[in-house]
Design a protein around this ligand. Structure first.
Ligand code: LER
Ligand code: MN
Length: 268
């Protein structure tokens, strides 16, 4: 298992980010601390200088395991389940742009908050149908580009569409494409799952990516989750990809980024 950390490429209101902006400076720090990768949170890939970022990432010998896409929902209100057709179309196009962007890094594209929420006067089944349809449209391009997508179960306080691993696996099975899988996030799982370890086992066949944060969304070691147990289950199911830290910059950005790696390495 390798370690990465989320870095936002554009200003955002999302708080669970140790580092935002100052790309070269932060990428150098991430590398020097011993991380293997950097997960990029991108609002709109058309506003990113691909050549520049690729060059920096290559220079520091880092991998980009995944691209986060939720800022398009937070900052622009784009969602797969908006009752307005043009917004749904725009959000599908945005994820297609993300798939093209991700293909340059062989990175996974994350489907998190871009799914939206069930809006007033919208039937829940209708919202789920829009969600599925959007995924199917995106998978066409993902298959062509050889890019994988992951759906992230997100806790009930952020969305009411797909909160748990079981709901997420149902949706993945419905789509029935080997390039779509699950992103497990320990912060959300701590709120929604009966047992974090059992849920990881359930997800094992579709587990493509993994977000780590402690119970309070601080770095692992600052809350009450048992990362020894979590990592042992990941070893048991032979998860071989990244543990990506999506953590609050507390008590300060430097300590959390250093202590995340120190804490997790005890069991890796
Ligand atoms: C994104 O990976 C995530 O975990 C969400 O909480 C974003 O709001
Ligand atoms: Mn997450």
């Amino acid at each position: 298992m390798r370690l990465s950390i989320v870095l936002s490429m554009q200003p955002t209101s999302f708080s669970a980010l140790a580092y935002k902006g100052q790309l070269e400076k932060n990428i150098a720090k991430i590398k020097n601390l011993g991380y293997d990768g950097v997960e990029l949170a991108v609002r709109d890939p058309n506003l990113v200088n691909l050549e520049k970022i690729s060059k920096i990432i290559d220079e520091y010998g880092l991998t980009v395991p995944a691209i986060g896409t939720g800022q398009a929902y937070r900052e622009e209100g784009l969602s797969f389940t908006d009752p307005d057709t043009s917004i749904r179309e725009k959000s599908i196009q945005r994820i297609k742009d993300q798939i093209n962007f991700a293909s340059h890094f062989q990175a996974i594209v994350i489907i998190g908050l871009i799914r939206g929420k069930v809006q007033r006067d919208v039937d829940r089944n209708q919202a789920m149908k829009w969600f599925e349809l959007a995924l199917i449209k995106c998978m066409d391009l993902a298959d062509k580009k050889g890019v994988k997508l992951v759906i992230e179960p997100i806790n009930r306080y952020e969305t009411d569409l797909v909160n748990t691993v079981v709901e997420c696996l149902e949706l993945i099975n419905k789509i029935g494409n080997e390039n779509i899988g699950l992103l497990f996030d320990t912060f959300h799982a701590n709120i929604e799952e009966v047992s974090i370890e059992e849920s990881i086992r359930k997800a094992s066949n579709s587990l493509f990516h993994f977000h780590v944060a402690d119970s309070n969304r601080w770095a692992p070691g600052y809350g009450h989750l048992d990362f020894g147990k979590i990592i042992n289950v990941l070893k048991e199911i032979e998860y071989g990809s990244f543990l990506s830290a999506e953590i609050l910059p507390l008590p300060d950005p430097e300590s959390c980024v250093q202590n995340n790696i120190r804490h997790l390495r005890r069991w890796l």
